[in-house]
Design a protein around this ligand. Structure first.
Ligand SMILES: Nc1nc2c(ncn2[C@@H]2O[C@H](COP(=O)(O)OP(=O)(O)OP(=O)(O)O)[C@@H](O)[C@H]2O)c(=O)[nH]1
Ligand SMILES: [Mg+2]
Length: 366
């Protein structure tokens, strides 16, 4: 999973990036001053993986990963004049989801580009930028289609006309400020739409960067925001970028103690990842063995053969069966052997719908 970080200049993007990908130590001066995007990887903390590790004692334990991309300042400067473009746009288009950092912290030493702290205004501004970028792509494509239609052969005409119809409708709705993720788009239309990787079609996690002095109210603020932003494909979490970044360089015990003292119940990293999984409809399954215990991330409701393809395309191609036991059944049985004896390890076919927490052994033939 790849998440692109967006937000107005100086809203705390790089700080939040640091908090989400391993703490202050990951941010260096050079990162603040280059034109290259910052790429960070966060390990997904999943308590089930620790239990499986104890059970199988593997040589290696591999958690799932989330990649974060943060963009340098120089790219942002353009934001208000030209919209999102160039390399910045390419990176965002590739992302599975967007994470919008919104400044709500007060700090006179950090001037706000708009002159005042107003997170709701900032979200609208960002939404406009994203829509603007999608509209530019839509207009360009519609123009090209109109030209192509003039000389299209009859067998191509229908397809092009259909695309023209869909894109015109999407454009009209977008002009009414309805992001593509909220528009009514059929599964068939989705196929055409997916070619464009529109930004307002992507799920978006709003990260409300609260000030240090607001941590006590963090849950209240979050609940309130959740009700305000109860829109399809949008999630909200509150966190204090600055504090979380500092906590990120402490060892586990130290940071846990500090969190307890501050009244922060869950590390921001875990909270953000959990929300991203919910937002994107993602679940995890596990592969186990003495060599490696590993967590894999897949979309909800995908078939066993597709899940196998996440591991290797050969396993998808040569898929025979999957041996599956649910996490809870394995836990109750105490071991895989005991689970097998009880008949809790099931043989499933290609079309089996993988569930969150399944422990799977794929049988395949290539
Ligand atoms: N007090 C306080 N300051 C913060 C917080 N988050 C970020 N800052 C400060 O705000 C300034 C900008 O933070 P960055 O993380 O660099 O923001 P950015 O969005 O990456 O900025 P650009 O990349 O320049 O657009 C820095 O001086 C941070 O220390 C916060 O939660 N509290
Ligand atoms: Mg930055």
């Amino acid at each position: 999973m790849e998440i692109g970080i967006i937000g107005l200049p100086q809203c705390g993007k790089t700080t939040v990036f640091g908090a989400l990908s391993g703490g202050e130590s990951t941010i260096t001066n050079s990162m603040l001053n280059t034109n290259k995007p910052n790429l960070g990887v966060a390990k997904v903390h999943d308590p089930r993986l620790n239990i499986l590790q104890d059970m199988f004692n593997p040589a290696k334990t591999t958690p799932a990963e989330v990649k974060y991309i943060d963009f340098p300042k120089s790219q942002e400067v353009n934001i208000k004049s030209k919209g999102i473009s160039g390399e910045y746009l390419n990176y965002l288009q590739r992302a599975d989801a967007l994470l919008q950092v919104v400044r709500s912290f007060e700090d006179p030493s950090v001037p706000h580009v708009e002159g005042s702290i107003d997170p709701f205004r900032d979200i609208s501004l960002m939404d406009l930028e994203l829509s603007f970028s999608d509209l530019t792509i839509l207009e360009r494509r519609l123009e090209k289609l109109a030209n192509e239609l003039k000389s299209a052969k009859s067998n191509e005409r229908d397809i092009k006309l259909k695309e023209q119809m869909i894109l015109s409708r999407v454009k009209k709705d977008l002009e009414q400020e309805i992001p593509i993720r909220e528009q009514d788009i059929s599964e068939e239309e989705q196929k055409i739409m997916s070619n464009f990787q529109f930004l307002t079609a992507k799920p978006m996690l709003i990260v409300w960067n609260i000030g240090e002095n607001n941590i006590d109210n963090s849950q209240i603020i979050e609940d309130e925001l959740r009700s305000q932003f109860a829109r399809p494909g949008v999630g909200v979490v509150t966190l204090s970028g600055k504090i979380e970044m500092e906590l990120g360089i402490m060892d586990m015990n130290e940071s846990n103690e500090f969190r307890e003292f501050m009244g922060i119940d869950e590390p921001a990293l875990d909270k953000a990842i959990r929300s991203s999984y919910e937002l994107l409809g993602l679940i995890s399954f596990f592969t186990v063995g003495s060599d490696e215990v590993k967590a894999w991330t897949i979309e909800k409701d995908i078939e066993a053969s597709k899940a196998a393809g996440k591991i290797h395309t050969d396993i998808e191609r040569g898929f025979i069966r999957a041996e599956v036991i649910s996490y809870q059944n394995l836990l109750d049985s105490g071991s895989l052997g005991a689970g097998k004896k009880k008949g809790l390890v099931k043989l499933e076919g290609k079309s089996y719908n993988v569930r969150d927490g399944d422990i799977i052994n794929f049988l395949f033939n290539v």
